[in-house]
Design a binder for this molecule. Structure first.
Ligand code: AMP
Length: 548
């Protein structure tokens, strides 16, 4: 089955409880825009748009996309960074009834080739003028021999593609609105709205279909859980075309008339923007856990009343340091597959400091299972975090075999994360304790170990490979590859050349090579990754201490 629907009784329950609406994302956005026309919808480094401006511009873009011949349901690959026009593209594409596919600007031929064929992409949106890589040239080349892929759309200026921002420039606003309404009438609230990508657990990345009503609900509940109002100004520095970006920074503020203050990962430009725009809320990913050390942090957080930390375990010193500055801090665990856990206003300090809190929705169901079984574990025992609920997927796209392993017999999604329920101040809060899934979390980008190992094995002299996470002070983790080679040593430069030749996204390239005579295995014959990860951690610590 390509798309696994939510069970009918669950759909009924979520609607009866008032969690799911009956409109598409484009219609929900338009309603909010009409209620708050003069408020800022997005303020970015390059400019700002009110709700009225964003709503009208995206109507025109939708009309322009339709005029190009794009039809409802057509998938559009997104490879753009945090630009004002990225938000325009997002709603323009949704208003045209097209389905954004949240690939990354960092993806290359290896990833895009596979995903775009699997999904039958019809258009490819890329950003012009990228400093280190010609994304427009890449998109043009990628289109060759790809029968479904007919259009290259660009953000910015480049004659090799259709400039998205100018699409429908001459369209009559009333006609564009009428066209959008007609398109949206043909789309159901439970139809697929967006394809997100999973870090995955095996092989190629899995596609996560997100549907209109559940995806909008996910964001609205997030905004409500933090008590946001139309006056809230949400700063976001990590990529927006990711699940956390779309839910927490685009849809959540736009579900209630609040403003997105859209920065970039570069603190030198984003912190002054936050200061100028009076950001009241900021989500800090692992790559920004040291943001408070930046000289611009105090000014940037003058109006901030909520800091949310996400992506990796929060060190006590970081949490205490933020609170000592008078910044209320909480945590978020989120995943493209659905489930969000948050510590929100009202949660005791101990829970905010040491746990990721509680599920977002009253109808989320969470179980901690003994790994590999369906046995539920008692509070206080670490096991696999599993969940079912009103915004958690029921199956990856076109992945029956994988789905059979990824869900329990009663439809709980096995997250691959290890968690424990802790009782604190009379409440039950979830703490993340590690993971079973074999991936590297490089500053929030997930790298699938098996995918990298298979790529390494395509090198003619590599006969065995095991990839593990090594600790890194800035990114949390980086990739270390243990290799067995035939003949002369294979060094890091050679491995990098190999990955470049295979056109693999750079963040997946191994960053350290350890050559070994053989890969250690456990008693049952599996690669002993625990041992390798412990060994590389020890080695790095010794190198730092100067004892090696
Ligand atoms: P993504 O779907 O890319 O957002 O990645 C989701 C994964 O990121 C989760 O399954 C976790 O492994 C990891 N993750 C997200 N938030 C946290 C957190 N607060 N603490 C630890 N790991 C996290």
């Amino acid at each position: 089955m390509r798309l696994v629907p939510y069970p009918e009784d669950a759909v009924r329950r979520y609607r009866q409880a008032g969690l799911w609406g009956t409109a598409t994302i484009a219609t929900e956005f338009h309603r909010v825009a009409q209620a708050h026309p003069d408020r800022d919808a997005v303020v970015a480094l390059e400019g700002r748009l009110t709700y009225r401006e964003l709503d009208r511009w995206t109507d025109r873009v939708a009309a322009g996309l339709a005029a190009l011949g794009l039809r409802p349901g057509d998938p559009v690959l997104f490879q753009v960074s945090n630009r004002l026009e990225s938000v325009v593209a997002w709603y323009g594409v949704l208003k045209a009834g097209l389905v954004p596919v949240a690939t990354l600007a960092a993806h290359r031929g290896h990833e895009i080739g596979e995903i775009s064929r699997r999904i039958g992409a019809v258009a490819h949106l890329v950003q012009a003028g990228q400093r280190n890589f010609d994304l427009v040239g890449f998109a043009q080349a990628h289109r060759r021999n790809h029968p479904t892929l007919r259009h290259v759309l660009v953000l910015g200026d480049d004659p090799r593609g259709e400039p998205l921002g100018a699409l429908g420039r001459d369209a009559d606003p009333a006609a564009a609105r009428a066209l959008v309404e007609e398109i949206q009438t043909g789309i159901g609230p439970d139809d697929v709205a967006v394809h997100q990508l999973s870090g995955g657990t095996t092989g190629v990345p899995k596609v996560i279909p997100r549907r209109h009503a559940e995806y909008w609900y996910n964001a609205l509940e997030y905004a409500r859980s933090f008590g946001w109002t139309p006056q809230t100004r949400v700063a976001h520095l990590i990529p927006i075309i990711h699940n956390a970006g779309i839910v927490c920074a685009v849809h959540a503020p736009h579900s209630l008339g609040a403003c997105l203050v859209l920065g970039s990962p570069d603190l030198d430009e984003s912190l002054p923007l936050m200061a100028r725009e009076g950001a009241t809320h900021v989500l800090l990913g692992h790559g920004h856990y040291r943001a408070a050390e930046h000289p611009g942090f105090a000014a940037a957080t003058k109006a901030v009343t909520q800091v949310v930390l996400s992506g990796a375990k929060v060190p006590a010193a970081l949490f205490d340091g933020l609170e000592a500055r008078g910044l209320w801090s909480g945590q978020l665990f989120g995943m493209g597959e659905g489930l969000f856990l948050t510590t929100r206003p009202g949660a005791p300090r101990s829970a905010r400091a040491t746990t990721v809190g509680t599920p977002l929705s009253a109808l989320d169901e969470v179980r901690i299972l003994e790994p590999g079984t369906e046995t539920e574990l008692a509070d206080g025992t670490v096991g696999e975090l599993s969940c079912r609920g009103p915004y958690t997927l029921c199956g990856y796209y076109d992945a029956d075999e994988h789905n059979a392993r990824a869900f329990t017999s009663d439809g709980f999604y096995r997250t691959g994360d290890l968690a424990v329920v802790r009782q604190l101040d009379g409440g039950r809060y979830i703490s993340i304790e590690g993971r079973i899934k074999d991936l590297i979390n490089r500053g929030g980008e997930k790298i699938n170990a098996e995918e990298v190992e298979l790529l390494l094995l395509r090198h003619p002299r590599i006969t065995a490979a095991a990839v593990v996470a090594m600790p890194d002070p800035r990114l949390g983790e980086r990739t270390c590859a243990y290799l067995v080679v035939d003949g002369a040593a294979v060094g890091l430069p050679e491995v990098q050349e190999h990955f470049a030749a295979l056109d693999v996204a750079k963040f997946k390239w191994p960053e350290r090579i350890e050559q070994v005579p053989e890969i250690p295995r456990t008693l049952v014959g599996k690669i002993d990754k625990k041992r390798l990860a412990a060994e590389i951690s020890r080695k790095i610590a010794a190198e730092k201490a100067g004892t090696c």
